[in-house]
Design a protein around this ligand. Structure first.
Ligand SMILES: CC(C)(COP(=O)(O)OP(=O)(O)OC[C@H]1O[C@@H](n2cnc3c(N)ncnc32)[C@H](O)[C@@H]1OP(=O)(O)O)[C@@H](O)C(=O)NCCC(=O)NCCS
Length: 188
């Protein structure tokens, strides 16, 4: 989607964060469009929803120069999922703030890959994209996701919470965590 001169690529110890290529999408959906991965994201997605998600992710890249990038494992070039940065745009929620997000295939959970990709994304938000604050959204039931937010040093911002029926039909509350540049820089 981006030519080689402008392709985004960022390496961490074990991972590469990079722009999407057209042939990433079938593999991404094959490995992540599962009941476990999509449990707190509205469930397994049909073809129309998958196409809309692809359009959104590619649009963020075109509009802002950043998106929820592909996570590729260096060892074997496996596509583990996505992690990265968008501008918050959920109806009813805060608009235009730098937002971090992640979604990894289930067999890549529990190995610190998400935290490694997320820490790199936070550093990029502050150092390359120049924002002063990054937020993250999830539902209360998604302990894996808000646990990661806490492990990254993010703190609850109940003043930004809102309701959306799109994710957890039993509890529409979307909870927000945030981290400011100062806090990020003061972490070991
Ligand atoms: C949310 C999600 C990304 C969290 O992934 P994760 O693998 O649990 O998160 P981390 O990368 O921080 O890994 C932490 C675990 O790896 C372990 N670990 C192993 N090696 C590690 C290492 N080198 N560094 C850090 N942690 C390591 C930790 O001990 C911890 O294990 P535990 O969960 O048993 O306590 C994942 O559950 C997911 O993709 N969920 C589905 C999609 C989703 O809901 N996305 C969010 C929508 S809001």
């Amino acid at each position: 989607m981006a030519d080689s001169e402008t392709e985004f690529r960022h390496e961490t110890a074990r991972l590469i964060l990079r722009d999407w290529r057209e042939d990433d999408w079938p593999e991404f959906w094959r490995t992540t469009n599962t009941p476990a991965v999509m449990r707190w994201l509205g469930g397994v997605q049909d073809e129309a929803a998958r196409a809309a998600a692809q359009t959104r992710v590619e649009g963020y890249r075109n509009d802002h120069g950043h998106t929820f990038w592909v996570i590729e494992r260096k060892d074997d070039a496996a596509l583990l999922g996505f992690c990265g940065l968008k501008r918050s745009n959920q109806p009813g929620g805060p608009q235009g703030m730098m937002e971090i997000g992640w979604r990894l295939r289930e067999d890549a959970w529990g190995q610190g890959y998400a935290k490694e990709a997320a820490a790199a994304s936070l550093a990029l938000a502050f150092e390359r994209f120049g924002v002063d604050e990054v937020i993250a959204l999830t539902v209360q039931g998604n302990t894996g996701s808000w646990g990661l937010m806490r492990r990254l040093g993010m703190e609850r911002r109940p003043d930004l919470d809102f309701d959306s029926a799109d994710f957890d039909p039993e509890n529409p509350r979307i909870i927000i965590h945030a981290i400011a540049r100062d806090t990020w820089e003061s972490q070991p």
